[in-house]
Design a protein around this ligand. Structure first.
Ligand code: ZN
Ligand code: FE
Length: 256
């Protein structure tokens, strides 16, 4: 098995759309298509035919091209069971613990609510690839539009349990802004400082900082680091439990 070929398409201000092509069967999925034209252009360039749309959640910048792409290609639309009513054209609804096969590639599904009520992640274990939408970002996490800090923290813990080498294909290029907040709450973290240098030079060269890896996120992302003494000190919560520290960190990021 030669594994998934993954391509990244920057669209809108800071969104990423991904294509995942399974070469044995030729199946190709698009993850969170905000727009149709850039997807069609990339499919043409790669010589791939679209067979699936994999949605992580219902926001417009993730489902915007669902119906147009389905009409053009007859592709199958897959999305979160917990929010099936808000996923246009959904054919297959998935929930926590389900598996989904894209040809020879298998994705394990996690329910990761918090940003929205129904939000799922697709983990292609053999390819060490995680498509996590707007739940986990590089050095950040999604805003809590429809969920509680408790839900988001438990969602993030599911993702943190994945191997360090897991590539984190999040749906936005928010890394530099996230990093400025991370530096405000944990300026003495050496891994964070190194990552910031890397991010600064990548962005200066107009290159993506995504995918990150779970190992890098665990070392640098303040939302995954409620046990950090330095973060606790900087938000006046020394010794508090993880959920309290997480909730306060999220609150401060909203105001940052
Ligand atoms: Zn969103
Ligand atoms: Fe989004």
């Amino acid at each position: 098995m030669s594994g998934l070929h993954i391509t990244q398409i920057p669209v809108l201000t800071d969104n990423y759309i991904y294509l995942a092509h399974e070469p044995e069967t030729g199946m190709t999925a698009v993850i969170d298509p905000a727009l149709a034209d850039p997807v069609i252009e990339m499919l043409r360039k790669e010589g791939w035919g679209l067979t699936h749309i994999l949605n992580t959640h219902h926001h417009m910048d993730h489902i915007g091209a669902n119906l147009e792409l389905k009409k053009l290609t007859g592709c199958t639309i897959v999305g979160p069971a917990a929010d099936a009513a808000r996923i246009p054209g959904i054919d297959i609804a998935l929930a926590d613990g389900d598996s989904y096969e894209l040809g020879e590639a298998t994705a394990k599904i996690f329910d990761i609510p918090g940003h929205t009520r129904g939000h799922i992640a697709y983990w292609f274990e053999a390819d060490a690839a995680l498509f996590c939408g707007d739940t986990l970002f590089s050095m950040g996490c999604g805003r809590l539009f429809e969920g509680t800090p408790e839900q988001m923290w438990s969602s993030l813990q599911k993702l943190m349990a994945l191997p360090d080498e897991t590539k984190v294909y999040c749906a936005h290029e928010y890394t530099a802004a996230n990093g400025r907040f991370a530096m405000a709450v944990e300026p003495d973290n050496p891994a964070l400082r190194r990552r910031m240098e890397e991010v600064t030079s990548l962005r200066a060269a107009d290159r993506p900082t995504v995918p990150s890896t779970m190992g890098v996120e665990k070392a640098t992302n303040p939302f995954l680091r409620p046990d950090s003494r330095e973060i606790q000190e900087n938000i006046d919560l020394v010794g508090a439990d993880a959920i309290t520290v997480f909730a306060e960190t999220r609150r401060r990021k909203d105001l940052f």
